[in-house]
Design a protein around this ligand. Structure first.
Ligand code: 13P
Length: 341
């Protein structure tokens, strides 16, 4: 049973619940221009605006996308674009029954005095930008903080600065009528163990929720977008799916209040198959009941095979869309506890 929403934020709570309701999830296509170009370059795809537009059009016009995807996270360039036929991307989404979201952070920049660590920027002028996106029709927003596990990292300075920025962003979103997706990403890069990742992720989440509380953010009207608790990608010991799923949920149960509308994981460079298998394990009866819906907000784990198949060639569009839909559908199945990938 869901309690009545807090006064004044009813529509935000409804949006948050809709985004994680049933078995659909979020699709992130909010790569910055430089990240998108880097992924294109690796596949020999042209790195320019028309090609980025064509790729995003391919994704958004995939037949049946709305059966597995409740919301798509766009980026400033994309939210203003149109299909080749002249239909605004925002209209394409509305027609597919998909809610539009927008990435609003301006990226991770080096944190002064802390080599190798970053703080995410973009608070200056954010109120005005959020207002414009809300008027355009966006219903939710995203801000990503980045934490690295290493010798002495993440530092207190990095954890607190990023948590503070996430909370200021989230409060501004709720003021503007947008559901904030709060994304503290603990990177998998490194040799650390699963246990270390669990400890760091729990510590980061405690700080994030303390700052959200300080800024008066209403938890029923946010989504948390965490990284899964995983061993470092350079650690030769890669724990089984069930162990990672159990560690992730143990960590989240300790640190994410039950009031949070939903958890929507990022994929963080995992293969599509592994991301779906871990999501299915977390939604398996063995780990139920969960305090919140456990969903996905994947970028690479949904886009990756499709992008290679497309390769920038019109002739491959249909096959690429089929591959994209397969990944989206596998994650929808994973939300039901079924690993079909
Ligand atoms: P990945 O799933 O590729 O990590 O992307 C999700 C995202 O939005 C990262 O900010």
């Amino acid at each position: 049973t869901l309690l009545p929403p807090p006064a004044g934020l009813g529509s935000l709570v409804d949006t948050a619940r809709l985004l994680v309701g049933g078995d659909k999830g979020l699709l992130a296509i909010d790569e910055s221009t430089s990240t998108c170009n880097r992924r294109f370059a690796r596949l020999g795809i042209a790195q320019d605006e028309p090609t980025r537009r064509a790729w995003r059009e391919l994704i958004l016009t995939t037949p049946g996308l709305g059966d597995a995807i409740s919301g798509v996270i766009l980026v400033d360039e994309t939210i203003r674009q149109r299909t080749r036929g002249g239909t605004a991307f925002l209209t394409v989404l509305a027609q597919a029954g998909i809610t539009a979201g927008i990435k609003v952070d301006l990226g991770a920049t080096p944190l002064a005095g802390h080599p190798g660590e970053t703080v995410t920027e973009g608070l200056d002028g954010l109120r005005q930008r959020l207002g414009e996106y809300a008027r355009m029709g966006a219903r939710f927003a995203k801000w990503r903080a980045v934490l690295t596990i290493g010798d002495g990292t993440p530092s207190r300075a990095c954890v607190t600065a990023n948590a503070h920025a996430l909370a200021r962003y989230a409060a501004l979103c709720q003021e503007a009528g947008l559901v904030p997706v709060v994304e503290p990403e603990v990177l998998t890069a490194g040799e650390h163990t699963l246990a270390r990742c669990e400890q760091v992720t729990e510590d980061v989440l405690h700080e994030v929720f303390a700052q959200l509380d300080t800024q008066g953010v209403v938890l029923e009207a946010i989504l948390l977008k965490p990284s899964m608790v995983l061993p470092g990608s350079d650690n030769p010991t890669q724990d089984p799916v069930d162990a990672a799923a159990a560690a992730t949920l143990r960590c989240l149960r300790r640190a994410a209040p039950a009031a949070v509308a939903g958890i929507a994981f990022l994929s963080g460079g995992q293969s599509g198959d592994l991301a779906a298998a871990r999501l299915a394990a977390m939604n398996s009866p063995a780990l139920a009941p969960l305090p919140w819906p456990v969903s996905f907000s994947f970028g690479r784990a949904i886009q990756e095979p499709a992008l290679s198949i497309w390769g920038g060639q019109d002739a491959n569009t249909e096959r690429a869309q089929q591959a994209l839909l397969r990944r989206a559908t596998a994650n929808r199945d994973a939300r039901r506890g079924e690993d079909t990938s």
